[in-house]
Ligand binder design. Structure first.
Ligand SMILES: *Cc1c(COP(=O)(O)O)cnc(C)c1O
Length: 226
């Protein structure tokens, strides 16, 4: 199937038609991104800074770049001026580094906090205790050049749909709980980034506001390239 046909079938299967779609184009060539763009996609997800840097100048200016992978501190500066949203902020240390870069270029950089919701140790993210520790620290309230827009999480890679659902549900509960708290001005709980090709319908049923979909749109990736 063509990318356009894949996009149509993905969108038709949305449980929540208002949920934002981020087309995850990592490892895919520019021609694939252009085809998705022509089909109306403006939001693209990549997990390597180098790849965003290479693709960004080649795509129209209204393309939104989402950094969905693990971000290293020393690479923040390469995407800081234009990145639309950094989904994978998984430590206070990284958040502070982003704030520092933001200050330098005078831009409040939009981010999501990545929570560790999966059984697998391999996945990145804050646990609840780390999050609380950060939120209650004086250093946190002194941040000036980040905009925390919500949370992101990845479910366990499993066939067990009920487990995936429970993990997403837990993240949504945390999201709602945070929303009801007195948060600093730079932190708003508006976006909940959860759901990929294999589990986006469950994620939408559990309250996702943005899904990150790659293979269901662009086809399988060559995994030697991540
Ligand atoms: C690769 C990736 C996706 C998309 O995965 P698919 O299963 O191809 O839809 C979503 N989120 C993150 C963080 C990823 O790294």
């Amino acid at each position: 199937m063509s990318i356009q046909a894949n996009l149509e079938s993905v969108k038709k299967s949305f449980v929540n038609p208002d949920c934002a779609l981020i087309a995850v184009s990592k490892t895919k060539p520019l021609e694939d991104l252009r085809e998705a763009y022509a089909a109306g996609i403006r939001d693209f997800g990549e997990n390597k800074v180098q790849e965003i840097q290479a693709k960004q100048p080649e795509m129209p200016a209204d393309t939104h770049w989402h950094m969905i992978g693990h971000l290293q501190s020393n690479k923040i500066k390469y995407i800081a001026p234009f990145v639309h949203l950094i989904h994978g902020v998984d430590s206070f240390k990284l958040l502070k580094e982003i704030d520092k870069v933001g200050k330098k270029i005078n831009r409040a950089i939009p981010v999501l906090l990545q929570m560790h919701i999966a059984m697998e140790e391999s996945k990145f993210g804050f646990d609840r205790a780390e999050l609380e520790e950060m939120l209650t620290s004086a250093e946190f309230t002194n941040l000036t050049h980040v905009k925390i827009e919500g949370l992101m999480g990845m479910a366990t890679f499993t066939e067990n749909q009920e487990q995936i659902r429970q993990e997403f549900r837990g993240l949504k509960q945390l999201f709602d709980e945070l929303k009801s708290r007195n948060l600093p001005d730079f932190m708003k709980m508006t976006e909940l980034s959860m759901g990929m090709s294999g589990d986006y319908q469950i994620a939408q049923e559990e309250g996702s506001t943005m899904v990150r979909i790659g293979s269901a749109i662009f086809g399988a990736r060559n995994y030697s390239q991540g």
